[in-house]
Write a protein that binds this ligand. Sequence first.
Ligand code: GLU
Length: 468
Amino acid sequence: MFNLFKQKIKVRIAPSPTGYLHIGTARTALFNWLFAKHNGGKFIIRIEDTDLERSEKRFEKDILDGLKWLGIESDEKIVRQTERLDIYEKYLKKLLESGNAYYCACTKEELETERQKAIDSGKPPIYSGKCRDKNIAPEKGQVIRFKVPNEIIIFKDLIRGDVRFDMSLMGDIAIAKNLKTPLYNFAVVVDDHEMGISHVIRGEDHLANTPKQIAIQQALGLKSPKYAHLPLILDPDRSKMSKRFSATSVEEYRKLGYLPEALINFIALLGWHSKEEKEIMDIKELIKEFELERVQKAGAVFNTEKLDWINSQYIKNSNFERIKSALSDIFGNKIVFDEITKKIINVAKDRMSKLSEFEEIRKEFLDLLDYPASLLVWKKSSADTAKNNLKVIKDNVENVHEKDFTKENLEKILMFLADKLGRGETLWPLRVSLSGKEKSPGPFELMDVLGKEESLKRINDAIKKLEK
Ligand code: GLU
């Protein structure tokens, strides 16, 4: 039965535009998005740009473009914190008026000396609360601090279970530089409330911020959203993911030729699995299966080999149009999609783990190296044998109709000859004549791609080389 009292699900991704879209942010966005879609809720993008020194428009653009490329878009207008300064001011005043916040006059230098002293005497380096009851005037205030209550805060994390924090170890935290410049922990509380966020799903690195946010919510008399902290993404050596092992920004993966649908599939498995532990799942299946209950607590290792394998599966199963648009995305107009390219795409689909390999594969198929005649000769065979066998092949190939010039047909016809004349003695010179290389794709695939005219030209040239 439809439950009128059931809370509406609304989640958000709240990136700070201080860097490029990181894989970790993409994973958090995806989990939020899947959770919303699975539960018929809403997903919102909120740009946390109150740190004016570090926030940049180009990063915001990169983040939004990257999410869009992955297919993750906001269900409502994108929210920017810098457009909501009046709202934060209202709540800051509330906290100041109720005595839950105060202006602090300590300078950076004073705070630093205090911090050092605490460390030297083996105490936690937290703010002493010196300005707490001094009634400092706003003009003298360096920052606005929140009076962190001296209590234990316990909250139920949907992934980690009960999490407990002793707030007396925290010290009074700065929540704004002034009425118009809120800081992270405070602005988040206001936004999550004002936007009606039901669940905050974010990285484990924010776990220690949650009790601070809950304390601020309590002081403002606000209901807390539900919290779920996702496990860290780790490098293979189990350290936090860094550039040392693999690319960390989504844009880099895009440029390397990972299909967004493959990256989504891979990222979804970073700390989550379906009931049947399936490896290949398209977006529809992910939405259907996604539940927070199956998010793990332990860190999730980023395994590039697995990503490559997943990507290769998606490439293999994509149609020509899909590959064409993805290749254009990477190579721009460097690729002209003529008949030959179409054929190469067809064969390359089974060979690529990422689309950036396409150029290399194209070269493998099309480029004819300037090779010595001796390369045409198979092991202990002779130049004469190579020449004669190429001639027989040529006569047979000439008789194949253009429309029958396919890998399968050519294989049928020429393998019959190769079995009579010796496989090495026929297939080796044929393949070298077509590629000019010691190693290359097989002769039938090459002929299929090159077409009848070009294949015959290359075979003829090889025969001439051997006649010299
Ligand atoms: N702006 C924070 C970040 O980029 C958001 C944290 C949160 O989701 O509350 O990490």
